[in-house]
Design a protein around this ligand. Structure first.
Ligand code: F6R
Length: 608
């Protein structure tokens, strides 16, 4: 939700900001803008639309500045238009602000300031911050910032410039991500590392309720009371190219192609001497042996991974698992007891609903184990133990390789828990470890079949509505397949448990309706084939995704069959999801959509 960047150094600030915004555009792309310090005042250039529009506006200008802030927006308060775009200036033109997050008490502050005669230009909550800062500013920005932050409720990552400060800027965070990049004679802030990786690999990850004061020579961290804070520097060791398209047409297809490598990276460090170890001992072996219940908390794709995780953990470790959408968990007064484990899943590690779910679970007595991709993110930092998924940067808004690696982590966790709880023999554990290690190669094989999926997509990219049906773990998988399709193709799509169709939804099936059906579980084969027959009898066209060993039986019933290599049925979703992702991808491309930046969405959802 919104990307922010700040720069001070000796380069042309506008250029640095726009280059950085390109790397952050996945976070929001309704509008974009920059503010630079130029000839003694703050110059703001901003516009509705994508970054290319901002670049057009900038092309005619000669902004000679070495200090500035930039922003790319995902609108929350006020429609995407020029005025609501960031940066926002205070009425007196002294203070400029870029913001990611939501200020919950902005109405009250706005009323207060209006009473004092302040006139607002935009409908945004962010302008309230700029005006409040200007109201409190009596010549000392740091002091004004501390006072202002003390009055804000909600989430923010902020960049602040002041017309009286030509050689410095400020930033602050609470519940929205923000990092500081340390260069030589230049320093940066950004919402995410790729934005500044071409300039520096030395990063400080800001914590909640911290302010940073940045000059060319240094970045000084403070708490909200102005006390100095010391923090270690984190050296980024992944390559900038990992966050580039590298010859692929879209990030999404690049990231799908990276799945074998990503899954290998997620699994292999956890297998030692043939045994799976996810680092649960950080919670103490005795505590783990006595876990009574597991709560999985996540959103979107991560939640769908959690649904698969529920099946796997219950089956292997025999521990009861509830999987909750994070946005629901928090407000349903969940029954969480001391001795319960909350498994919090998030690619970004910054999703606000998920972070709040984590805090709710902790408040109610659970220990927290998170499955996270972004190292040092808020969710990782607030957890008792972390399983990093090592998927590498995921830029496409539509999540793909993150899901496969979340499944890899959840399967590893299921077996690790099962073994520690004595539900699994040594031989069983060794066999599972061997199967897990073989998964990347199987995904490689699926990727070799991409042309078959492309052809199938060409036949169906004009579909009006697509249903995904499955039973058991295949229902969880169907939910993910359906989300992929609707998210980037804008085709209406629903996922249903196969057995549930006859309770209402089958009324929607008519001649030509496309139904996609993963059938990966031997014990559910016959039941699922009955569901396929039911929809075919009503005119549906059925594409099934099934392992080689079941392909014969399935092809007798389905219209098209995508085969995946055989593996233990519990692990099948990690392979079977790839054709579903590819189908959504090709359909989106054929419909001429912006695959990596689908409408109305943003990558990291740091608002409630
Ligand atoms: C879908 C998608 C979203 C995210 C969800 C959670 O393709 O990307 O549904 O999965 O917003 O995000 P994280 O995993 O970052 O918490």
């Amino acid at each position: 939700m919104c990307g922010i960047i700040g720069y001070i150094g000796n380069r042309n600030a506008a250029e640095v900001l726009v280059r950085g915004l390109h790397k952050l555009e996945y976070r929001g792309y309704d509008s974009a803008g920059i503010c630079v310090f130029s000839k003694g005042h703050l110059d703001v250039i901003k516009t509705k639309g994508r970054l290319d529009k901002l670049e057009q506006r900038l092309s005619g200008t000669s902004l000679e500045s070495t200090l500035g802030l930039g922003h790319t927006r995902w609108a929350t308060h006020g429609e995407p238009n020029d005025i609501n775009s960031h940066p926002h200036l205070s009425q007196n033109g002294k203070i400029a602000v870029v913001h990611n997050g939501i200020i919950e008490n902005y109405r009250q502050i706005k009323e207060f300031l209006c009473d004092k005669g302040v006139e607002f230009q935009s409908e945004t909550d962010t302008e309230v911050i700029a005006q409040l800062l200007a109201y409190h500013y009596k010549g000392d920005v740091m002091r004004a910032l501390m006072t202002t932050l003390g009055e804000l409720e909600g989430a923010y990552a902020l960049g602040v410039m002041c017309a009286d400060y030509p050689d410095e800027f400020f930033a602050a965070r609470k519940d929205s991500p923000l990092i500081i990049g340390l260069g030589k004679g230049e320093n940066f802030i950004a919402s995410d590392i790729p934005a500044i990786l071409e300039y520096t690999r030395d990063i400080i990850i800001m914590e909640d309720r911290e302010i940073v004061h940045i000059t060319r020579g240094q970045a000084k961290l403070y708490d909200l009371l102005g006390k100095t804070v010391k923090r270690g520097v984190f050296h980024v060791d992944w390559d900038a190219e990992a966050a580039e398209k590298g010859g692929y047409e879209h990030f999404m297809i690049k990231e799908i192609s990276e799945e074998p490598r990503a899954v290998r990276a997620a699994i292999s460090p956890r297998i030692r001497d043939g045994l799976i170890d996810t680092g649960l001992s950080a919670l103490s072996d005795n505590w783990v042996r006595n876990i009574k219940k597991i709560h999985i908390i996540a959103c979107g794709t991560a939640y769908h991974a959690g649904l698969v995780g529920k099946y796997a953990i219950e089956k292997v470790a025999r521990i009861p698992v509830e999987a909750d959408l994070a946005s629901e968990f928090r407000y349903r007064e969940p029954i969480v007891r001391k001795g319960d484990l909350a498994v919090v899943i998030s690619q970004s590690g910054e999703t606000l609903d998920t972070l709040m779910g984590l805090r709710e679970a902790r408040k109610r007595g659970a220990k927290i184990l998170s499955i996270v991709n972004v190292v040092g993110s808020s969710i990782a930092r607030e957890s008792d133990a972390v399983i990093y998924t090592w998927a590498g940067p995921e830029i496409s808004v539509c999540s793909t390789k993150a899901y496969n690696t979340q499944l890899a982590a959840l399967f590893s966790l299921a077996y690790d828990l099962g073994f520690r709880k004595g539900k699994l023999s040594f031989a069983g554990m060794m066999a599972a470890a061997k199967s897990l290690l073989g998964l990347p190669e199987l995904i490689e094989k699926v990727l070799l079949n991409r042309e078959i999926i492309q052809k199938f997509s060409a036949q169906h990219f004009n579909a009006q509505s697509v249903f995904y049906i499955g039973r058991g773990i295949d229902f969880a998988l169907s939910s993910e397949g359906s989300l992929k399709l609707k998210e980037i193709s804008y085709i209406h799509s629903e996922a249903y448990a196969g057995g549930e169709l006859k309770h209402g939804t089958i009324a929607l099936i008519e001649k030509g309706t496309l139904v996609i059906c993963p059938i990966t579980q031997d014990n559910l084969l016959e039941k699922t084939l009955s569901n396929v027959r039911e929809v075919k009898a009503r005119g549906a066209v059925v594409m099934a995704v099934t392992p080689e060993r079941l392909a014969g039986a399935v092809s007798d019933v389905a219209d098209a069959v995508i085969t995946i290599p055989d593996t233990d049925s519990i692990f099948a979703p990690i392979i079977a999801v790839t054709p579903l992702q590819l189908f959504a991808y090709y359909v989106s491309v054929m419909r001429g959509n912006d695959v990596d930046k689908p409408r109305n969405l943003a990558k990291s959802v740091t608002v409630e």
